[in-house]
Structures are given as structure tokens and as C-alpha cells.
Design a protein around this ligand. Structure first.
Ligand code: ZN
Length: 348
């Protein structure tokens, strides 16, 4: 059992940790938070203690930030490490503070309003790019600078895709999927059928028909977004980086006789009868909602612009034949980053 020096008993006595609701002024704001204290289990005296004092400050600042919609320490760390992959030193230089100050922020100290605003702005890679470029000459060449340059390129690509996804909406409504331990991949065929049946519903617009080309793109985005939302594959199949975008060869073989025409539903199944879980349905519905409004050719161009297809093909001319597999890790990196970046941009 933990022992501390009790000022009442004049000895090291066993203590327990108790929570005491406490009011405190932080700058201009009254904050109520649950302070932790040691309590002597012999006499009941509350014992002052530095280590808990520190923790209490952190709790108090956490409440304050919450109330003022400021970034929490883990948000700052996330921006620096997860989004941009840079050192404390470089981020500190960019926002004009000492590395020690930034390090304290990440450890729970209360950041200044000005630094908070700056860091919030930097969640948007477009702002980071501007700041980076205007400080370019003062930043020493090295791993840090190179990493930031590469990440910015990647993130700005993501934002182009995200803008297209958003269409005319101000926000892109991502769906919430609760994490699950067991996740059954579905057959490729179930997902094909979902999009083909959906395609029958837009009969009036011939440009938006689900042709083999469009089906491949919808399958690709369904797989990518399922990984982003759940960290699991929707189905077990690999995409190859063909000239016209990502393709599952078996799916190509199966429907190629349709050429550029609409694939018709001759399998007599209703959408409700498909073997998809509720979450899988929600994701493919969402993908349908976001991507089906574009023509197949447009979606092809979109995949060409995006990282997984581009990185797989490297320097190959865009019209070259190619059957290289798009590694799942590229798909994961791209779609997960897109989803994280969008979430972050929408936060606060
Ligand atoms: Zn005591």
C-alpha cells in the first residue's frame, strides 16, 4: 500500500486517493474539475502532494481547453507527429516558440491563445504549406524538412480528392462505424451485385450507368473506404493498376462483354437479400452516394490522380499496359489519411 507523510500523524501512513470536486479560476474562467488527493487512512487528513498537484493542473487545464474549444495536448501531438511527421524542433520553429514550450504543451501545460490558433490553422495542410514555404530558407535541410515536404504533397493530393467527394456540400459527412473485433469479409460478388442493382435505379441518366468501368471504380472505393472506416477489408481481392485505373481481373473477365454499356441485373436478387452486415451496407451506401454521381471516365481520372494507383505505376506512361498489384498498404495509407484529415479539419 502507498504511504505518504501525514502532517497530522507525523509519520508515513497508508493513503488512498480521493476525488474532490474543486473550483478554480483559470485566467478569466471558473473551472470545476475533479481534483485527486491523497487522504491519510489513519486520521482522514488530506495530504498535500506535488505529483498529484501536477496531475490536477493537467486535469484543470483539460477542462479549461474543453470549455474554450482549444486543442488538447494529444491533438497537438497528433498534428505534429501523425499528420506531418516532424520533430518538436521544426514545429516550434514554424509557430515561433521554443522547443521546450511546445514540448510542455504536448505534456499538458496550457498553451497561449495565439499558439492555439496557429496550431489549429495548421491542421489544414494548405495553411501548413503556406507557412512552410514562407519559412523555407530558415529551415535547415535534413530529414525533417524532407519528411514535411513529402507529407504535404501527399496531403494536398488527398484534399483534392476530398474536395471532389464533398461536391457542393460544405462538409463531407463521414459515417460513424463502431470498431468491431470480428468482421467477416464478404464475397466480391455480393459487392458487385450491390452496385449493379443500384445501377438499375438510375435508369433515367444514361451517363451515370454502371458499366464495367464504373463498377471497378465503385468496388475500389468501397474497399478503400471500408479499410478507412473499419481497418478491415470489405472483400478479399487485389486490384491491379491497369491503364484505366484499379481493376480486379476476375470482375473484368466476368463483365467484359458489356463493353461500355450498362450491366443488367439478371441474377434476380433484391438489395435486401445481399449477404452484407448493417455496417457493410452503410459503407457501400455511402460510397454509392458519394461516387455514383460521377461518370465512369471521371472516376477513372480520379483514381489516376490518387496515390495508390500512381505510386504502383511509378514512372510508367499513363497509357501503358500494366498488371502490377496495388498493395493493400497503399490503399490503406491513402484512405485512412483522407478520413483522418477530413475528421481533423472538421473538428472544433
Ligand atoms: Zn494522518
Amino acid at each position: 500500500m502507498l504511504r505518504k507523510l501525514c502532517v497530522n500523524c507525523y509519520e508515513h501512513t497508508p493513503v488512498e486517493i480521493v476525488v474532490i470536486p474543486t473550483k478554480e479560476m483559470v485566467q478569466d474562467e471558473e473551472i470545476v474539475y475533479d481534483a485527486k488527493h491523497y487522504k491519510c487512512s489513519q486520521c482522514g487528513e488530506i495530504i498535500p502532494n506535488n505529483e498529484l498537484g501536477n496531475e490536477n493542473f493537467k486535469l484543470m487545464y483539460r477542462k479549461y481547453r474543453e470549455k474554450k474549444s482549444m486543442l488538447q495536448p494529444e491533438d497537438i501531438n497528433y498534428i505534429r507527429k501523425k499528420i506531418y511527421g516532424i520533430s518538436i524542433r521544426l514545429l516550434a520553429q514554424l509557430i515561433g516558440c521554443s522547443p521546450a514550450t511546445l514540448s510542455r504543451y504536448e505534456n499538458g501545460a496550457l498553451q497561449s491563445k495565439q499558439h492555439d490558433n496557429q496550431l489549429k490553422m495548421l491542421r489544414d495542410p494548405r495553411n501548413m504549406k503556406t507557412l512552410f514555404e514562407s519559412n523555407m530558407d530558415e529551415i535547415p535541410e535534413g530529414k525533417d524538412k524532407q519528411e514535411l515536404r513529402e507529407r504535404l504533397g501527399f496531403l494536398l493530393d488527398i484534399l483534392k480528392s476530398a474536395d471532389i467527394l464533398k461536391g457542393f456540400d460544405d462538409k463531407l459527412n463521414l459515417i460513424e462505424i463502431q470498431p468491431v473485433d470480428s468482421w467477416n469479409e464478404v464475397s466480391v460478388e455480393e459487392v458487385e451485385r450491390f452496385f449493379i442493382i443500384k445501377g438499375q435505379e438510375i435508369e433515367e441518366n444514361e451517363n451515370l450507368k454502371v458499366s464495367p468501368l464504373k463498377l471497378q471504380k465503385l468496388m475500389y472505393y468501397a474497399q478503400g473506404w471500408t479499410i478507412a472506416y473499419t481497418d478491415h477489408n470489405l472483400f478479399n481481392a487485389q486490384f491491379e493498376a491497369w491503364q484505366h485505373g484499379p481493376v480486379i481481373p476476375d470482375v473484368y473477365q466476368k463483365y467484359k462483354t458489356y463493353g461500355y454499356s450498362r450491366i443488367t441485373n439478371d441474377f434476380n436478387v433484391n438489395i435486401e437479400e445481399l449477404n452484407l452486415t448493417q455496417d457493410q451496407f452503410r459503407i457501400v451506401e455511402w460510397v454509392w452516394d458519394k461516387y455514383s454521381k460521377y461518370e465512369a471516365k471521371f472516376l477513372e481520372d480520379l483514381t489516376h490522380m490518387e496515390y495508390p494507383w500512381r505510386i504502383t505505376r511509378g514512372d510508367l506512361p499513363s497509357d501503358a499496359n500494366c498488371n502490377w498489384i496495388i498493395e493493400n498498404e497503399y490503399i490503406k495509407k491513402f484512405f485512412t489519411s483522407m478520413s483522418n484529415t477530413l475528421k481533423l479539419l472538421q473538428k472544433v
